[in-house]
Design a protein around this ligand. Structure first.
Ligand code: AMP
Length: 384
């Protein structure tokens, strides 16, 4: 099915061709016509499914018929759980908004940077992408008015509803007009998402894209059993012997992320850590360098596992396993995307063995565990 059969205006079809979007992804084929028809949507889909464009395109098309925003009002509000996702989503709006035959200002607001600049820029904004905390701050300072919102999007709704945002979300929702289109996107249909579905959505079209099983088949998975002491040297061995030029390494704590990045750097492997304790500037610049292929290793905590779209990421390494099997799937889902095979490697200690079995059972995929001590990396270490 071509994009041209979905009801999008010609100016957006031209932009899609310019961006080399040849065919709609399944979620786009289903969601675009429904959103154009002003229906509510519940999209169960992950980053990588094309979910962002599935709402950005019809929202932009529908703006054509809407009154322009006045003063501090906004027409479309997109709530996201992290600053990184805010930047990513606003980027997609801006990329396609260039093709519109009418003005459409979009901007992102998120914490960790000065609110003043955001306050000043907040006039006549058609599309506002926001994290909940900063949006509430801006509302309390009367820098933004949600009374004219026509479309509300909750992206990564499961995270928005879980990550201690509940109170903020409840408060925000009271400031929105009752008449509006609601679009909910979530990687999973968790009980809290079920709940908000009942609360917010009117006769929604439910689009469930579950690429995980197929997607996981795209990923070459290996695990190595190691001791905690072997992890550092073995990680370096993996990066060097496989000549990895772009690898995302996951740790389970901020402290470990810093330690691992520092140790790699000491060993002349270019690495930076990215986590919630880093300044927004440091997070943005590390991610940008990594995406651009200028930074070889990005060491991240689970906060960054979801939502970050890096095309063609060839390697993901679990330096430590996540507690939740879902997070494991999200982590390794950063690789092997868009039909590009990727490799996910997990380092498993004796203490992790049981938990790793649970993860494999949940993901319905068994991974061969190799004893790292029998590999070149640690054998040569012993010899030297
Ligand atoms: P998302 O799931 O929204 O994060 O999108 C995943 C990636 O797929 C992004 O890099 C998009 O640019 C890309 N993408 C989305 N839709 C299409 C499409 N129909 N054709 C080609 N690339 C796409």
């Amino acid at each position: 099915m071509p994009f041209s059969s979905l009801g999008l205006p010609n100016y957006l079809l031209g932009a899609l061709a310019d961006q080399n979007y040849a065919q709609p992804y399944p979620i786009q084929a289903l969601a675009i016509p429904a959103i154009l028809a002003k229906k509510d949507i519940l999209g169960i889909a992950q980053t990588g499914s094309g979910k962002t464009a599935s709402y950005v395109l019809p929202i932009l098309a529908n703006l054509e018929g809407m009154p322009a925003p006045k003063g501090r009002q906004v027409s479309v509000l997109v709530l996201v759980p992290t600053r990184e996702l805010a930047l990513q989503v606003v980027g997609v709006f801006q990329q396609f908004a260039k093709a519109l035959p009418f003005p459409c200002k979009s901007m992102a607001v998120y914490g960790g940077v000065s609110a003043n600049v955001q306050m000043q820029a907040l006039t006549k904004v058609s599309v506002l992408v926001a994290t909940p905390g900063r949006l509430l701050d801006l509302m309390r300072s009367q820098a933004v008015d949600l009374a004219a919102v026509k479309v509300l999007v909750l992206d990564e709704a499961d995270k928005l509803l879980n990550l201690g945002f509940k109170q903020e979300m409840d408060e925000l929702l009271t400031h929105l007009p009752a008449q509006r289109q609601n679009l909910l996107f979530s990687a999973t249909l968790s009980p809290s998402v079920e709940n908000i579905k009942q609360l917010l959505l009117h006769d929604p079209l439910v689009v469930q894209i579950t690429p995980e099983a197929d997607h996981i088949d795209l990923i070459n998975q290996t695990a190595y059993s190691v001791t905690n002491e072997q992890k550092g040297p073995f990680l370096r061995y993996l990066i060097n012997s496989k000549q990895m030029q772009q690898v995302l390494v996951f740790t389970s704590s901020v402290y470990q992320a810093d330690q691992v990045a520092a140790k790699l750097s000491q060993n002349k492997i270019d690495a930076q850590a990215i986590h919630s304790k880093k300044s927004q500037g440091a997070r943005t610049s590390a991610l940008a360098s990594f995406k651009a292929g200028k930074l070889r290793v990005l060491v991240a905590t689970d906060l960054l596992a979801r939502g970050i779209d890096i095309e063609f990421l060839p390697y993901v390494i679990n330096y430590e396993l996540p507690r939740s099997p879902k997070d494991f799937v999200h982590r390794i889902g950063r690789t092997g995307r868009a039909d590009n095979p990727g490799e996910a490697i997990s380092l498993v200690t004796v203490d992790d063995e049981h938990h790793f079995k649970v993860i494999q059972k949940k993901m319905k995929k068994w991974v061969t565990v190799i004893d790292a001590a029998t590999t070149e990396g640690l054998l040569s270490k012993r010899k030297s």
